[in-house]
Design a protein around this ligand. Sequence first.
Ligand SMILES: [Mg+2]
Length: 267
Amino acid sequence: MTRRHGDTATRGTKTKKEELRRVSASPNLRVPELRVLLWDLDGTLVRGKRFGAFKDYTVPMLEKVFGTAGSLHGLVVSGMTDLQIVEEALRPAGITREHINSRRDELLQCYMDEMKRATGNGQQILEAMPGAREVLQAVNKDPRYASALLTGNIEPAAQLKIEITGLAEFFPLPGAFGNESFDRRDLPAIAAQRINKHLGAQLQPEQFIVIGDTPNDIACARHFGARVLAVASGRVHSADELRVHEPDALLDDLLDVELAMRTLDGI
Ligand SMILES: [Mg+2]
């Protein structure tokens, strides 16, 4: 788990956090050079070792809380927030958003219980995407960039995923998560508000770059006015499919660190 990366992990994050504190403590808070990278998780930084592995814990979770997993077995969920997945899956069973909201605490608790049960030490079903660690390391070293999560995962699930894949050290800024909205398009504004408060800054929407593997990632960036780098490393959407949605840049994967850095510089 995190212990594998323990010491360097703590040092890396601390250094970056101190650097960001210096930036935000400067008299001129426009921080015009800073670009905040809002990273999607599934299909971009981490993946299940087999397609649909997340259903190992989400199906029993829904069955426990609502008595049915509805249509989850057949649902393609890429780019959706966890709350949206629950709503879509349960709609055919007549379960409403209001009902889901009324059981939200129980839902989140049961989600984590089932996820921990299914993932064990995490190695069985989750891995970092090839190149993800190296690109995160490179951007973390670069003073022009700071990273945060922007994911459809509920927050504790996102934290667990970055811990078991050894990526937890790379996110010095607060992000936005799938338990905060039924619509991914709401998440960039939530993240930006949190980050501006954290830095004491007023970053503009175009200083944010959303990085993700689905049309929903592109749509949420556009809704907020952020830039967007699409990465065609997810299992559902090809590079050609993503290109139709006109991201600012498109990569096949994160394997080439220099190419990824050059691409971010050009956005
Ligand atoms: Mg994704």
